[in-house]
Write a protein that binds this ligand. Structure first.
Ligand code: SAM
Ligand code: SF4
Length: 331
């Protein structure tokens, strides 16, 4: 079947889909989930592998060639490598990647690489065990670093990216250790500004340690040079001037990249979200289970995408934080 490219009402071509495969997680990061967890979705509420593969195939036919699997923690979904293998069979998917906290990578890295995952983002917020524990509420840094070591053995998985959320009052002490880490390992470290998607709704603008501040701190010790920006890239990448490694900054709060946003999201319970901060979502699970054919699903998707938000309003008066946390959206 022939499908037209997917375009929103502001003329942006949609090419990137984030699929949350579970809302569950084995960590409880302070900026994402409450200590006691959240009321998890029931099994029947979660899209099956076949339903995910059908939707990804349909999106891909409409030109969505970049697919990232996330959650919650995607590796806690049972048989996750099998889903990865199903999706990597979809020809129009050009780039299939995973965002993970790394805890189960020691177990799953090989299976995921063999399934066709070619890019991994691993979230690590501190390189000190006690501070990692403080932020994630799990004493898991050694396990995550072992997982990274296993993943690094696969040339197909490179470059491996490490994401650290940047929170004022916490991340300042991590900046130079992460810069050194990026210089001595093959990993590209990227700092992500803390966004108002926390479970406690406790985010305030002054808690955001901006990319510019971190960059200045690193540049004072290890001079940085900007790399050209790829279209639709959320990260601004810099190389160390002496040629040893790269570091990136994802600055959705201080330097939003909405004008160039080509991204949509599918939650684990089959809702389409056109912005991280959307207050409305579109149910795809209901129509699928009611027997909708591809043309009917296409019409629902096009209508939702047409209404994609022009920009987010984080930090502006009247901003309303979405009810879902990052873990329930799929970051
Ligand atoms: N569990 C996986 C992980 O942690 O990588 C995948 C899901 S997690 C929601 C995806 C990314 O969102 C992680 O890099 C995490 O650090 C980031 N994240 C979660 N809450 C955030 C927040 N309030 N602001 C900025 N980034 C956040
Ligand atoms: Fe879990 Fe990832 Fe959220 Fe941490 S950021 S609680 S690892 S979903």
């Amino acid at each position: 079947m022939e499908f037209e490219p997917l375009r929103d009402g502001h003329g942006r071509l949609i090419g990137d889909l984030r699929v949350s495969v579970t809302d569950r997680c084995n960590f409880r990061c302070q900026y994402c989930m409450p200590a006691e967890g959240l009321p998890w979705l029931e099994r029947a509420e979660i899209l099956s592998f076949e339903e995910i593969a059908r939707l990804v195939g349909l999106f891909a036919a409409m030109g969505v060639a970049d697919v990232r699997l996330t959650g919650g923690e995607p590796l806690v979904r049972r048989d996750f490598p099998r889903l990865a293998a199903m999706l990597s069979q979809i020809e129009a998917v050009r780039d299939l990647s995973v965002t993970t906290n790394g805890y189960l990578l020691e177990r799953d890295a090989q299976a995921l690489v063999e399934a066709g995952i070619n890019r991994f983002n691993v979230s690590v917020d501190s390189l000190q065990r006690d501070r990692f524990f403080e932020l994630t509420r799990r004493d898991a840094l050694p396990q995550v670093l072992r997982g990274l070591d296993v993943l690094a053995r696969f040339p197909e998985a490179h470059p491996i990216k490490i994401n650290a959320v940047a929170i004022r009052g916490f991340t300042e002490d991590e900046v130079l250790p992460f810069a050194e880490f990026a210089r001595r390992t093959p990993y590209q470290v990227r700092f992500i500004e803390f966004m108002p998607l926390d479970a406690d709704h406790a985010w305030t603008p002054d808690q955001v340690l901006t990319g510019a501040e971190i960059r200045a701190a690193i540049n004072a010790v290890h001079p940085l040079e900007p790399e050209p920006r790829e279209p639709h890239a959320t990260a601004r990448i810099y190389r160390f001037a002496d040629g040893r490694g790269k570091i990136g900054f994802i600055d959705p709060v201080s330097e939003p990249f909405c004008a160039d946003c080509n991204r949509i999201r599918l939650t684990a319970d089959g809702r389409l979200r056109t912005c991280l901060f959307s207050l409305n979502e579109t149910d795809l699970r209901g129509p699928i289970r009611a027997g909708a054919d591809d043309r009917e699903l296409e019409a629902i998707i096009r209508d939702a995408v047409w209404r994609k938000e022009l920009k987010h309003h984080v930090g502006e008066p009247g901003f309303i934080q979405p009810a879902r946390t990052m873990s329930a959206i799929g970051g």
